[in-house]
Design a protein around this ligand. Structure first.
Ligand code: FAD
Length: 369
């Protein structure tokens, strides 16, 4: 068990090492690596020690997430899913459900969270998955798409509708009626195990419904997404750090027109912009984590802001890094090529750029009123 941030980072260095590009090309993270990361508690590091977790603050978990993100966005994506599953159980589940499910997630079982459906992407109020009570059981029928980590997951946290309200239910992957279909060749985070999930009359104990029936779908989803946004935002800090390091290294060694690239002022400007992006993303994530750790009422907006700023900077910063390396960074298996593809997806998930802008604009209007 990694018992502090430095140990956790060292374990990530040890297990991920320089294998991220090979995993990206293969589209697969070795099972043994994921199990070891999971059993060390660092895929959901904010889970309290009483449940076998590391009990990290949001700030330390953020720093760990950025470190993982700087090495491998696919591992970071699996970490985001696991952390979001654990957070959903913590927020929505009963004490008995905490006791039952959280120790599984800190002992090496892997989890994924399904909100999105074919007709419910940005608009999750269109969710159609049915979670129907039937005596001591519930029966679940529906379809989820693009669920990160579902290909690897033992447990699926599935959101849906239940008797006119919302609900989230834990479904073991081997439940009869559950079919997991891998997304073929995603643009980025290619080893993150994205999968669609078809659920046809899967029957589960009613105890697997987190917090019971009659919840607000929108509040339940927002609680889970808040963790995902924070995690993605810190992951983007890691992408920017990897891009800045690669671009600076290359600019100091490659020569054109008789001098190093770094001595050409237009390239120096690219490096300055990358540094500014990395610093801005770090500061906005630190601010949001401070809000998490002090349980501030402004945490939701601070988290959306962090996700919006970090993902935009990561997407633009990765493009800048590819520009600095040019052909040297354009091949499959190069860190900046991978970052370029991975970072673009960060502008889509956990509330797209446009959805974040709408939330932030509403906040601005409310403040002005
Ligand atoms: P749409 O909702 O169809 O949006 C298309 C475009 O329209 C976007 O640019 C969007 O911003 C814009 N748009 C939509 N509504 C508005 C509006 N009101 N105003 C302005 N613009 C608007 N889902 C899960 O449940 N679990 C996961 O783990 C998960 N992981 C994912 C990982 C990856 C790599 C990807 C690509 C997706 C993942 N998703 C996951 C799904 C993801 O949450 C959705 O893709 C996302 O919510 C956007 O939905 P959509 O793709 O259907 O796009």
């Amino acid at each position: 068990m990694a018992d502090n941030l430095a140990d956790a980072m060292a374990l990530v260095d040890d297990l991920v090492a320089d294998q991220a590009d090979a995993w990206d090309i293969a589209g697969l993270i070795p099972d043994a690596v994921l199990r070891k990361l999971g059993a060390s508690g660092l895929l959901c590091a904010q889970v309290p020690a009483g449940y076998g977790g590391l009990g990290m603050s949001s700030m330390d978990n953020g720093k760990l997430t950025a470190h993982v993100g700087s090495r491998c966005s696919s591992v970071r994506s699996v970490m985001t899913s696991q952390g979001m599953a654990a957070w959903t159980i913590q927020r929505l589940g009963s004490p008995a459900q905490h006791d039952s499910f959280l120790p599984e997630l800190t002992a090496g079982q892997l989890a994924a969270v399904g909100f999105s459906e074919p007709a419910a992407g940005s608009d999750l109020s269109a969710m159609a998955t049915e979670i129907s009570p039937d005596g001591d059981s519930v029966v679940v029928t529906g379809q989820k798409v693009w669920v990160t980590g579902a290909y690897y997951a033992d447990l699926l946290v599935i959101f849906g509708r239940c008797a006119g309200a919302g609900a989230a239910v834990i479904i073991p992957r081997d439940t009869p009626g559950v079919l997991i279909e891998r997304v073929a060749d995603p643009l980025g985070c290619r080893a993150a195990g994205h999968a669609g999930i078809r659920i046809d009359s899967a029957r589960l104990p009613a105890d697997n419904v987190l917090g019971g029936f009659g919840q607000s779908l929108s509040l339940a989803v927002t609680a889970a997404l808040a963790y995902g946004r924070m995690s993605v935002a810190w992951g983007c800090v890691g992408i920017l750090r990897a891009c800045l390091a690669a671009a600076a290294r290359h600019a100091q060694t490659r020569e054109q027109f008789g001098k190093r690239l770094s001595e050409h002022q237009l390239i120096a400007r690219h490096l300055a912009e990358l540094l500014a992006a990395e610093q801005l993303a770090t500061r906005v994530c630190e601010d949001a984590s401070k809000h998490w750790d002090s349980r501030s009422p402004d945490v939701a907006v601070a988290t959306v802001l962090a996700k919006y700023v970090s993902s935009g900077h990561a997407a633009r910063g990765a493009a800048t890094a590819v520009q600095v390396l040019a052909s040297a960074g354009a091949g499959d298996g190069h860190v900046v090529a991978r970052a370029y593809r991975d970072a673009k997806l960060m502008e889509i998930i956990e509330g797209s750029t446009e959805i974040c802008q709408l939330i932030l604009a509403n906040h601005a209007l409310a403040r002005a009123a």
